[in-house]
Design a protein around this ligand. Sequence first.
Ligand code: SF4
Length: 149
Amino acid sequence: MAFDDLLKKNSVRSPWLFRINAGSCNGCDVELATTALIPRYDVERLGCRYCGSPRHADIVLITGPLTARIHDQVLRVWNEIPEPKVTVAVGICPISGGVFREGYSITGPIDKYIPIDVNVPGCPPRPQAILEAVALGLKIWKQKLGLEA
Ligand code: SF4
């Protein structure tokens, strides 16, 4: 079996999640924290874990409307995540700018610069919706790896 195939076969059960805060008010980040800290909503139930480096990530969760101040850093960090990756926009801010839409300091919505695979609307979305989005992201990630139709 080729090394790439071996890697795909064995990595599919252990995708890493990574968070990027693109200027959120922290409301969405508090909800994201529940998926790391509270057993009921723990993403580990889906076989995922959060990691501390974009270079290890498979699924990235982005919060916030993308502000001018951190625009370049967000794109740089996102580009550091290896392909195939799945991008999940958490909250209405990354989708449309939300309450910050058309603000002078906003360069988003994020899909102007980054392809989004899953949107999770809400301000903030409930943990159940985030978990559902991660489950969908997992399915898309497997499809990108060629392990699922
Ligand atoms: S969607 Fe709402 S809770 Fe989330 S970052 Fe935007 S304003 Fe804050």
